[in-house]
Design a protein around this ligand. Structure first.
Ligand code: ATP
Length: 241
């Protein structure tokens, strides 16, 4: 793993009107790492991802860099060109469209058709259950399969950093474990960097390299996943297990 950060967040603050939702967050992720962003309901996890990907304005003085390039306050549409892909909470899959139509949406910004076709083949290779479901409306899939479509659609853009918001939401424990394993394998196979927002801290820390705990918009703990798992006070106070 390289030591140069691929994602560097410095002093990131965000407001909803007068309410401060993120408080001077610093976070560094290196290429090929899986990083957990943990915290209770309302801690600011979703807001962090939305601000990094330009969907929510960052306050003055905030800084977000991808591979050294300052992307702070760049429009959300430009993020894909900087190598960022964002899978929102719930996946954002369009239920009326087929699996393949959903996947193709993720590659639309690429001009080269052969490149798009290759990316699609790669996604099917990574998620074999989607092959036989390719012509089915996404609304007919299970929750776990929909998450695969959501992640696959993001991968169609060939990102360097995947921002993933609560992929375990609403999934049974067994399916959650499968999705976590899948992310782990994906990183091992492709070297993708993943920022994984999870309320389910135990599941997330089973596959991440390190993590950050948010509380009321501020980072209250950071460390390797092993360190966070071993910290009883932290687990009881913020992680709920
Ligand atoms: P959850 O796990 O429930 O998604 P979270 O950690 O992702 O929680 P956020 O959704 O980022 O937390 O919310 C952080 C804070 O910002 C909360 O206090 C929330 O009420 C507030 N907030 C979120 N979205 C808005 C909004 N659109 N307008 C006003 N306040 C908001």
């Amino acid at each position: 793993m390289s030591d140069t950060p691929i994602l560097q967040i410095e002093n990131l603050s965000t407001y909803y009107g007068a309410v401060q939702a993120l408080r001077s967050v610093d976070l560094t992720v290196r290429p090929g790492e899986i990083c957990a962003v943990l915290g209770a309901n309302g801690a600011g996890k979703t807001t962090l991802l939305r601000t990094v990907s330009g969907l929510q304005p960052a306050a003055p003085g905030s800084r977000v860099r991808v591979d050294g390039v300052d992307i702070t306050r760049h429009p959300a549409e430009s993020m894909v060109r900087h190598g960022l892909a964002h899978v929102p909470e719930g996946g954002g899959v369009i239920v009326e469209l087929t699996v393949e139509e959903n996947l193709r949406l993720g590659g639309l910004w690429r001009a080269d058709r052969r490149d798009r076709a290759k990316a699609l083949d790669e996604v099917y290779e990574l998620f074999p259950p989607l092959v036989e479901r390719r012509n089915r409306p996404a609304g007919t899939l299970s929750g776990g399969e929909r998450q695969m479509v959501a992640i696959g659609r993001a991968l169609m853009a060939r990102p360097r950093v995947l921002l993933l918001d609560e992929p375990s939401l609403g999934l049974a424990p067994l399916i959650t474990r499968q999705i976590m394993q899948l992310l782990h394998d994906l990183r091992d196979r492709t070297g993708l960097t993943v920022v994984l927002v999870e309320q389910n801290a135990a599941s997330a820390l089973s596959i991440t390299d390190h993590g950050f705990v948010l509380s009321q918009g501020a980072v209250v703990a950071r460390g390797s996943s092993a360190e966070l798992l071993a910290d009883d006070r932290m687990r009881h106070a913020y992680l709920g297990f």
